[in-house]
Design a protein around this ligand. Structure first.
Ligand code: KIV
Ligand code: ZN
Length: 540
C-alpha cells in the first residue's frame, strides 16, 4: 500500500455550502490558486450543475489553476455528470468527476424511495457515464457510515467494476466514532474483492467534533485519501479540518507508520487566513494549528519551560505551518515596486494595473495613518480593491460622520463610480461622484443609510463583526457584515480602514456591489443567458 495520503480539498464545494460562506468567482479563483500553492492533490472546485455561477467557477479553475487534480461534483444523474465533465474538461488529464448517491436505509427509504438493486444500478450507470467523459472517476455512497456494511461493500464493488478509481466513504452526518469508522474501512478492504483497484477515501463531517479523529482512524485502517476543508468550514458543524489532519500525520509519523502528504505546510496559515477572509467565517482564537493562540504560551511555568527548551511545551515548530513568516513591514516611504513585490510574495500576482493603482493609493493613505503596513494590512487592502462586484460599483470617496451622546448621528457620504476619477468632485462632474447625507441609529447605521439614499438600496444589517487585522493601537480594523437585501440570501461585505466607521461604510459598499452583481446576473438569466436550477433537498 502506498505511503502517500492524497489530500482532497473541498473548501470550494462542501466548505462553500456553509451558510453565509458563499464566494464569488474572483474569491474562488484566489482560494484555488492558494490551494495550489499549498500543494493539495485534489481541489473539488464546485458542483457544476447547481448554477451557471458554479459551472463557470469550476471551468475557470480547471482552465487556469495548474498542479492539482480539479474535481466537479455530480449526482448520479446524466445532466449533472455531463455538466461536471464539461466543467473539468479544460484540466485535461487532471479532470475528475465525483459522483455520489445515497446508500443508507434512511436515505433509500425516505429521500430516494429506491430499493437496493435500483441503487446499485444507478451507481453503476453514473460511474460508467462519468468514465465515458474522464479517466479519473470518484464514487461516494452518501451516508456510508450509516449504510449496512454488506450493502456498502456491494455498491463499492460495483462502482469499482464500473470504472471508479477512487471510492470515498462519507460520514455524511458526522455519526461515526473513530474505532468503528476504522473498522468499517478494514471491513471494506477485507470484503470488496476488487478494492485494490481503487483508492479508499474518507470524507468526515464534524457533528460530534470527531471529523479529524475519524479521518485519522481511517488512514490507520488503510484509507489513502482524506477529504476536508481548510479551517474545517462546511455544512453544519463543518468538515474535517485539513490543516489538522496534515499536521497530525506529520507530527505523529511515529504512530501513523510513516505515511506522508505532499502539502507545503508553510502555506497553511496563509491559506487559513485567506479562506477566513473570503468566506467571512472567522477562525476561533484557540483553533488548533491556525488559531491566534495555537502557539501562544501565557502561563509562567510554560514560558519558563519554553525558554529553557522549546520542546517542553511545543510539539510542532510554528514556522512549519507559516507562523512568523512575515518579512519587514512596508511603510509610507515604500514605493509602488516594493508594494507590488510584496503583493506577489503574498500570492496576488493577477491584479490589473487599475487594481494595483487603487491598492497603492489606499496603501499611501494607510501609510500616512499608521507607522507600518503589514502583510495582513495589504491583504485586506487587496480585498477591498478587488472584491467589489463589477465595473459599475462605487468606491468610497469621502465620509464625514457627526456623532455623540447628545446629537443624532448623521453621515455624509460621497461615492465615486469605479473607473471614474476623483478630481470630478461634486458639482464639476456630477456623473462620477454622488453625495448624500442621512441620520441613523448610530454612526454605522447613518453611513449605511446615506449609501442607501445615494444608490437606492435598502439593506438590513443582520450581522456585524469587526476585528483588528494586526496588533497595535493604529491597527487596521476589518469589518465583515452580512446584509439582507431581500434576495432570499444574506450577502457578505468586507472593508478595512484604520477608522472603523470608514471600514463599515466600505464593507457595506462591498455588499452593495455584490447585490448589484447578483441582480445583473439574474437579469441576464431572465433574458436567457443564465439560469439557476435549485437542487433543494438533493444537495449533500
Ligand atoms: O457529506 C457528503 O456525503 C458529501 C458527499 C457528496 C461526498 O459531501
Ligand atoms: Zn460532505
Amino acid at each position: 500500500m502506498s505511503d502517500k495520503v492524497i489530500i482532497f480539498d473541498t473548501t470550494l464545494r462542501d466548505g462553500e455550502q456553509c451558510p453565509g460562506a458563499s464566494m464569488n468567482l474572483r474569491e474562488k479563483m484566489e482560494v484555488a490558486r492558494q490551494l495550489a500553492r499549498l500543494n493539495v492533490d485534489v481541489i473539488e472546485a464546485g458542483f457544476p450543475c447547481i448554477s451557471d455561477g458554479d459551472f463557470e467557477a469550476v471551468r475557470q479553475i480547471a482552465t487556469e489553476v495548474r498542479g492539482p487534480i480539479i474535481a466537479g461534483l455530480a449526482r448520479c444523474v446524466a445532466g449533472d455528470i455531463d455538466a461536471a465533465g464539461a466543467a473539468v474538461k479544460p484540466a485535461g488529464e487532471r479532470g475528475r468527476i465525483h459522483v455520489f448517491l445515497a446508500t443508507s436505509k434512511i436515505h433509500r427509504e425516505h429521500k430516494l424511495r429506491k430499493a437496493h438493486e435500483e441503487i446499485v444500478r444507478l451507481a453503476v450507470e453514473g460511474v460508467r457515464r462519468a468514465k465515458s467523459l474522464v479517466r479519473d472517476v470518484e464514487f461516494s455512497p452518501e451516508d456510508a457510515s450509516r449504510t449496512e456494511p454488506e450493502f456498502l461493500a456491494q455498491v463499492v464493488q460495483a462502482a469499482i467494476e464500473a470504472g471508479a478509481t477512487t471510492v470515498n466513504i462519507p460520514d455524511t452526518v458526522g455519526f461515526a466514532v473513530p474505532e468503528q469508522f476504522g473498522a468499517l474501512i478494514r471491513y471494506l478492504r477485507d470484503n470488496v474483492k476488487n478494492i485494490a483497484d481503487a483508492i479508499i477515501s474518507v470524507h468526515c463531517h464534524n457533528d460530534l467534533g470527531l471529523a479529524v479523529a475519524n479521518s485519522l482512524a481511517a488512514v490507520q485502517a488503510g484509507a489513502r485519501q482524506v477529504e476536508g476543508t481548510i479551517n474545517g468550514i462546511g455544512e453544519r458543524a463543518g468538515n474535517a479540518a485539513l490543516e489538522e489532519v496534515v499536521m497530525a500525520l506529520k507530527t505523529r509519523g511515529d504512530y501513523f507508520g510513516g505515511v506522508s502528504t505532499g502539502v507545503q505546510t508553510r502555506e497553511i496559515l496563509k491559506s487559513s487566513r485567506l479562506i477566513a477572509r473570503m468566506s467571512g467565517l472567522f477562525v476561533p482564537r484557540s483553533k488548533a494549528i491556525v488559531g491566534e493562540n495555537a502557539f501562544a504560551h501565557s502561563s509562567g511555568i510554560h514560558q519558563d519551560g519554553m525558554l529553557k527548551n522549546r520542546t517542553t511545551y511545543e510539539i510542532m515548530e510554528p514556522q512549519d505551518v507559516g507562523w512568523g513568516d512575515t518579512e519587514l513591514p512596508l511603510t509610507k516611504h515604500s514605493g509602488r515596486a516594493a508594494m507590488v513585490n510584496r503583493l506577489a510574495h503574498l500570492g496576488h500576482e493577477h491584479l490589473s494595473d487599475a487594481e494595483v493603482g487603487d491598492i497603492f493609493r489606499r496603501f499611501k493613505e494607510i501609510g500616512d495613518r499608521k507607522k507600518f503596513v503589514y502583510d495582513d494590512d495589504l491583504a485586506a487592502l487587496v480585498e477591498d480593491a478587488t472584491l467589489g462586484g463589477g465595473s459599475d460599483t462605487f468606491d468610497l470617496d469621502y465620509i464625514h460622520v457627526t456623532s455623540g451622546t447628545t446629537t443624532v448621528p448623521t453621515a455624509t457620504v460621497r461615492l465615486r463610480r469605479r473607473g471614474g476619477n476623483a478630481s470630478g468632485t461634486n458639482g464639476d462632474n456630477a456623473e462620477e461622484t454622488l453625495q448624500d447625507s442621512a441620520p441613523g441609529n448610530g454612526a454605522v447605521d447613518a453611513a449605511m443609510k446615506a449609501i442607501d439614499r445615494i444608490l437606492g438600496y435598502q439593506g438590513h444589517l443582520v450581522e456585524y463583526h469587526v476585528q483588528a487585522v494586526t496588533g497595535g493601537k493604529d491597527a487596521l480594523g476589518e469589518v465583515t457584515l452580512k446584509v439582507d437585501f431581500g434576495e432570499g440570501k444574506l450577502l457578505t461585505g468586507k472593508g478595512a480602514s484604520t477608522d472603523v466607521i470608514e471600514a463599515s461604510a466600505r464593507a457595506y459598499l462591498n455588499a452593495v456591489g455584490r447585490v448589484a452583481q447578483k441582480r445583473r446576473q439574474s437579469r441576464a438569466g431572465d433574458l436567457g443567458e443564465a439560469s439557476e436550477e435549485p437542487l433543494a433537498a438533493q444537495t449533500p
